[in-house]
Design a protein around this ligand. Structure first.
Ligand code: AHR
Length: 494
């Protein structure tokens, strides 16, 4: 029996909006993330709509994907947009030098991606090429996508099948300029960002959020220099942080791990809290009014690739542990939602901590997908701050609070309370005090499984999936909840 944990939900002190962009996805030309994952081509036997596989599209629509970042990642700074327009059979075939050295036939280019975003009902977050293309190339790409009829580029777009301009709400000024985007030092990257951002122009009255390439994890100097030297030319800056249980050379397996690896993974995930605080503190110095958003535009688990899979494709299984990693991050984002107004999990399909895995015509929803499903009503709701007093889960040198929580009043008026018990062995009894919240009923869903590495396969796709949760009761303004070991629960108080 554990001491009851206490979560206070401050409905009487509503916080900022939980921006729907915090549920953003990332689709890079990497492995089977695009080809095979979302795109099979119009001639495929796999059921598709204009080349986009129907099963994946329907699954992503169901979780209301709000934004997709494309075409990279590292691929972005080697991508030349002109190679991805016009007749598909005439597009150049390149080598994807960054990811596996495989051929890239450019079948998915600007039209295909923008069309997909519209089908999905998601905003486009397009990453430009700073590392290996001149500013003119970036300027012309933006003009091609956003200018109304009249200019030669707009006419070319129309001739390629799209008369109306697209909306490009977010545009990245390169990716990881400190690494694959050009190996730049912070000062030089800030200068380059100033220069390239100058030429990203949309027609009068058409908004575009320019996003600076952000820091690698705790490289606070990067944020400092970018904000100081270039902070006026962009309205978003990224930060990338991956949860790697081991080291970059031996990251650890996606399944078949022990409790030490479980605990290490979750402790490393909690570093996101410290990182957001650290980068926000620097941003506050230069931007106290929080005009510039911090965007965690790459996050998620990164394990050793699945045995037998193509090196460089970053294909990995996804287990209950990933579900917990996802809920912890979504809870952390709620804490800092005034500054963190977007995030892109890496990546949407078949790559790293994916929503979906595909194999030929088959598709499976991962435990991470189900967490995104359970939390989806947070999108654009109002954060209700939480105070959590929880016992510790300890394993060897690793320790973290056993209970993680967040709460949002959805746009539907319902109060949604997300609770996670990270302890893989013991349940947690939680008292949730609801201040300033009038509700008379509680319902919920739970995601759990008998083992830490429980996962869904093509042959057994429903091993980990949400079920109705009956472990919560509401009396006056107090919820009494029993969270089973290693579980994620979403409660709806109406
Ligand atoms: O998501 C995989 C890679 O990780 C991205 O291409 C890059 O930006 C990051 O290093």
């Amino acid at each position: 029996v554990t001491t009851p944990d206490i979560v206070s939900v401050r409905g009487d002190h509503p916080g900022p909006k939980y921006d729907k962009r915090l549920f953003g996805q990332f689709a890079e030309h990497l492995g089977t993330g695009i080809y095979g994952g979302i795109w099979v081509g119009p001639g495929s036997k796999i059921p598709n709509t204009r080349g986009y596989r129907n099963d994946v599209l329907a699954a992503l629509k169901a979780i209301r994907v709000p934004v997709v970042r494309w075409p990279g990642g590292c691929f972005a700074d080697e991508y030349h947009w002109r190679e991805g327009i016009g007749a598909r059979n005439k597009r150049p075939v390149k080598i994807n030098t960054h990811w596996g050295g495989v051929t890239e036939n450019n079948a998915v280019g600007t039209h295909e991606f923008m069309d997909y975003s519209e089908l999905l009902g998601a905003e486009a977050y397009v990453s430009g090429n700073v590392g290996s293309a001149p500013p003119r190339e970036m300027a012309e790409w933006v003009e091609y996508m956003t200018s109304p009829t009249g200019s030669s580029l707009a006419k070319e777009r129309a001739a390629n099948g799209r008369k109306e301009p697209w909306k490009v709400p977010m545009f990245g000024i390169g990716n990881e300029l400190w690494g694959c985007g050009g190996n730049m030092l912070a000062d030089y990257a800030a200068d380059e960002t100033r220069k390239y951002a100058t030429f990203v122009k949309t027609p009068e009255g058409v908004p575009i959020m320019k996003v600076a390439s952000g820091a690698n994890a705790e490289d606070y100097n990067w944020t400092e220099v970018m904000m100081k030297k270039a902070g006026t030319v962009f309205s978003g800056i990224g930060v990338h942080y991956y949860t790697v249980p081991g080291t970059w050379s031996k990251k650890g397996a996606a399944t078949g791990f022990d409790e030490d690896a479980w605990a290490t993974t979750l402790v490393k995930t909690m570093k996101m809290d410290e990182l957001i605080r650290g980068h926000s503190r620097i941003m506050d110095k230069y931007d106290p009014k929080k005009r510039v958003a911090l965007l965690v535009d790459e996050w998620g688990t990164w394990y050793d690739q699945e045995p037998g899979s193509h090196p460089g494709f970053l294909y990995q299984q996804n287990s209950l542990r990933d579900a917990v990693v996802a809920s912890l991050n979504l809870d952390i984002f709620a804490k800092y939602a005034d500054r963190v107004r977007g995030a892109n999990i890496a990546q949407m399909v078949n790559v790293l901590q994916a929503m979906l895995l595909t194999d030929g015509a088959r598709m499976v929803k991962t435990p991470t997908y189900w967490v995104f499903d359970m939390y989806k009503d947070y999108q654009d709701g109002i954060v209700l701050p939480v105070e959590v007093s929880s016992h510790w889960y300890r394993r060897g040198a690793n320790e973290l609070r056993a209970v993680s929580a967040s709460a949002v009043r959805g746009t539907d008026g319902v109060v949604h309370v997300g609770l996670t018990n990270v302890d893989p062995n013991r349940p947690a009894t939680v008292t949730v005090q609801l201040a300033g919240i009038t509700g008379t009923s509680v319902t919920g869903r739970i995601l759990t499984a008998p083992t830490m590495d429980a996962h869904n396969t093509f042959d057994a796709p429903d091993v980990v999936r949400p079920e109705a949760f009956t472990g919560a009761t509401l009396a006056n303004d107090t919820l009494s909840v029993t969270l089973p070991a290693k579980s994620v629960v979403m409660l709806d108080v109406k």
